[in-house]
Design a binder for this molecule. Structure first.
Ligand code: PLP
Length: 385
């Protein structure tokens, strides 16, 4: 087995002087995958027109087929898009013409803000309203999320976006129990799995979601600008990319394959990212990151005298941690906290606000090791002293 921690970190370009505890925001691409992308770019630039029209389409299909195997989806039901935001917009903007004044678009208070805004856009255009189920934080059990969703669905609910792993609070939502709540009422539900692809085993066939998106450029190690959108065959005719282009009304697949000229090498490099995961072992990767997340969270919470904010079974390779004294957003210690940690202490970590309190969110990748969280511990104790 490849040695995780400091040893495998050499396979990334990450700055040696920085404790990089934020894989979650934009991922981090291993050198091998960047080399593969660079090779695709070279091929493209050597014979551009032939590459785009002849060579790229089968290579893209091959990349999607491999991704399909990884997430248990048919290649015919998934398309590449640049990011999860693009996928959500495609779905929301395709469906919103059906929404009427008074209709409800459901999500929870932990939704990623860009997705919240796309729901608000649809509401502004159509007179529908956005309803956010209030998920408590700290949280004791995944049952609480299921209950909030149950209580939030009404006769007026016409669409929902549910996170697979929430962005500010790093909670794994029990989507296997949530999706049926919408399905049994015939309400289309989209799962935002931006963080889930790579971090968790994904089984599209089992979930039965209407729509699902995952970012390849986060926990799958692919280059920036790669994500997928799954659409249940029964909806494929009505879902169009936000960029309407040449292939409008040809087929679901071909509409998304061409949304205007762009660099598709990130999509083509998903094959290389999957090869990298195969090499290190998906299960090894997940178990290393999950164990590190639980251990680091326990160590930091204890050292900071803070409550653990979520049960272990709602945590993947990402964990949100309360700071000493559970500060509010106007606390003097949290002013510029992110920039201070980066500039004075050489630690890159997101500082997050939820329900008026401020937290840090650690990512635990195979290139991270406990020493880096100990470095964070010392820095926070110094700032909060
Ligand atoms: C839950 C969730 N959805 C979507 C995104 C954004 O993805 P993108 O910017 O690639 O569209 C993030 C980013 O952190 C996220 O946490």
């Amino acid at each position: 087995m490849v040695e995780f921690g400091k040893e495998i970190r050499k396979r990334w370009l990450l700055d040696e002087d920085v404790a990089f505890l934020n894989h979650g925001s934009f991922g981090a691409c291993p050198r091998d995958v960047l080399v593969a992308q660079s090779e695709w770019r070279t091929k493209m630039e050597r014979q551009l027109v032939k590459f785009i029209t002849v060579d790229a389409p089968p290579a893209m299909k091959d990349s999607l087929e491999k991704l399909g195997v990884f997430i248990n989806a048919k290649e015919s039901d998934i398309v590449f898009v640049d990011n999860a935001t693009t996928a959500v917009n495609a779905v929301v903007r395709s469906l919103m013409w059906k929404f009427k004044p008074g209709d409800e678009l459901f999500t929870t208070t932990h939704v990623y803000n860009a997705m919240r805004k796309s729901l608000h856009y649809a509401a502004d255009v159509t007179g529908a309203k956005v309803v956010e189920g209030v998920v408590p934080f700290p949280i004791q059990s995944a049952d609480q999320v299921v209950e909030v969703v149950k209580q939030g669905i009404t006769d007026k609910t016409k669409f929902a976006i549910i996170d697979h792993i929430t962005s500010p609070t790093a909670l794994v939502y029990p989507i296997e129990r949530i999706i049926p709540l919408f399905k049994e009422r015939g309400i289309p539900v989209m799962i935002d799995g931006a963080h889930a692809l790579g971090m968790l085993p994904i089984d599209m066939d089992k979930y039965g979601a209407d729509f699902y998106t995952g970012n390849c450029h986060k926990w799958l190690y692919a280059p920036k600008g790669s994500a997928f959108l799954y659409v249940d065959p029964k909806h494929q005719k009505e879902i169009h990319p936000t960029n309407i282009s040449h292939n409008y009304l040809t087929s679901f697949k071909s509409e998304f394959d061409w949304v205007g000229t762009h660099d598709m090498t990130a999509w083509l490099s998903v094959s290389a990212a999957l090869a990298f995961i195969n090499e290190i072992g998906a299960n090894n990767m997940r178990s290393y990151g999950h164990t590190l997340a639980l251990d680091a969270r326990k160590m930091l919470s204890k050292s900071w005298g803070a409550n653990v904010v979520a049960p272990d079974d709602m945590i993947g390779m990402l964990a949100t941690i309360a700071l000493p004294g559970n500060p509010k957003h106007d606390d003097k210690h949290v002013v510029n906290l992110h920039d201070r940690l980066r500039d004075e202490f050489h630690i890159e970590i997101p500082v997050i606000e939820m329900d008026g309190h401020v937290y840090v969110r650690i990512s635990c990748q195979v290139y991270n090791s406990m020493e880096e969280y100990e470095q964070l511990d010392r820095a926070i104790k110094k700032i909060f002293a």
